[in-house]
Design a protein. Structure first.
Length: 144
């Protein structure tokens, strides 16, 4: 499973995430690897998240971060900090009532007051470029 508790920061978790997804991009005051709104609310999740989220009280927020070989979904709650590493070859993204991120049989459904269509397009274009298929993940089957 590629769902990690990341607070307090664990060096071995950071190394495993980097091995799966590649290194973080350069960060500075004007740059970010985040895609889409900074604080999306988690509305639903699959069974793979139960252990991490068991007993969580209060709102659970998520943000999406691009990496060279996939995305990192950062999860934050009042008593939790976690991450979900999703390599591009496992990633599916759908936008309907919720923004739905799927990978390796797991999913998160997210909502935001902000428009997420640009984020969805960016993720699907990056996935297609990484996989070498300009059609991969785009169009009606890909989730826009």
């Amino acid at each position: 499973m590629r769902i990690f508790a990341t607070h307090p920061s664990k060096e071995e978790v950071d190394q495993e995430i980097e091995a799966l997804l590649g290194p973080r991009g350069l960060r500075g005051p004007w740059t970010s690897d985040r895609v889409g709104p900074a604080r999306m609310e988690v509305k639903d999740f699959s069974s793979g998240f139960f252990e991490l989220l068991l007993g969580q009280n209060g709102p659970l927020r998520a943000s999406l971060h691009k990496r060279p070989k996939g995305i990192l979904v950062e999860l934050r709650g009042p008593e939790l900090q976690g991450s979900w590493a999703v390599p591009y070859h496992e990633l599916s993204v759908f936008k309907a009532e919720f923004l739905s991120i799927h990978g390796a049989g797991q999913f998160l459904k997210l909502t935001s007051d902000a428009d997420v269509h640009g984020a969805v397009r960016t993720l699907l274009e990056d996935k297609a470029a990484f996989l070498g298929d300009p059609r991969s993940g785009l169009g009606s089957a890909g989730g826009l």
